[in-house]
Design a binder for this molecule. Structure first.
Ligand SMILES: NC(=O)c1ccc[n+]([C@@H]2O[C@H](COP(=O)([O-])OP(=O)(O)OC[C@H]3O[C@@H](n4cnc5c(N)ncnc54)[C@H](OP(=O)(O)O)[C@@H]3O)[C@@H](O)[C@H]2O)c1
Length: 162
């Protein structure tokens, strides 16, 4: 099973504030949906709370030590158990979708990072880790300018672990 991270970060690697995303970027939500639909998504309990519902057409896996039942999701108190569950279900891909704490734990386990770089600097209290150029190769990048629906220019970057 392929394990990848999907994250949207600003120019200082900020990813969130007050348990919310930094901005509403419909283009990135569309990209996220295209990538993850049909596969497993693994998230921390705080990210689940911030989304507020299971995402449709995906196997929703939530990590928590404080909650063991969330309707429409599978909950796990260990990351390894969540990954094994997705493997046993026969899913080809698992996407780690945040937040801060789960990205930090997941980076060692994944080979790919889909990073949407938002070309702006926000006030943030949650951060993504910097990808070191010796460890991660930028495979593809596509930059899209701001428009009437998307207030910030952004780049869809794909990194492969070396
Ligand atoms: N920009 C993006 O792409 C993006 C994506 C996702 C999230 N975010 C942002 O990230 C922020 C949230 O990140 P966060 O680090 O505060 O929270 P988080 O990683 O979403 O959730 C943390 C919680 O997950 C559970 N957890 C984490 N690791 C675990 C493990 N190994 N085993 C069992 N449970 C585990 C614990 O839940 P319990 O306390 O219940 O035990 C922990 O308190 C928010 O601002 C959110 O908007 C941004």
């Amino acid at each position: 099973m392929e394990i990848a991270i999907v994250v949207a970060a600003d120019e200082k690697n900020g990813i969130g504030i007050n348990n919310q995303l930094l901005c509403h970027l419909p283009n990135d939500l569309k990209y996220f949906k295209q990538l993850t639909t049909g596969y497993a998504i693994l998230m921390g309990r705080k990210t689940y709370d911030s989304i507020g519902r299971p995402l449709p057409n995906r196997l929703n896996l939530v990590l928590s030590k404080s909650q063991n039942e969330i309707a429409g999701c599978e909950t796990f108190s260990e990351m390894e158990a969540a990954i094994n569950f997705a493997k046993e279900k026969g899913l080809e891909k698992l996407y780690i979708i945040g937040g801060d704490s789960v990205y930090k734990q997941g980076l060692a386990l994944c080979d790919k990072v889909y990073l949407t770089r938002i070309h702006h600097r926000f006030l943030a209290d949650a951060f993504f880790v910097a990808l070191l150029p010796n460890d991660w190769k930028l495979q593809a990048t596509e930059t899209i300018g701001a428009d009437e629906k998307n207030a910030y220019a952004h780049s869809f970057e794909v990194y492969q672990k070396m």
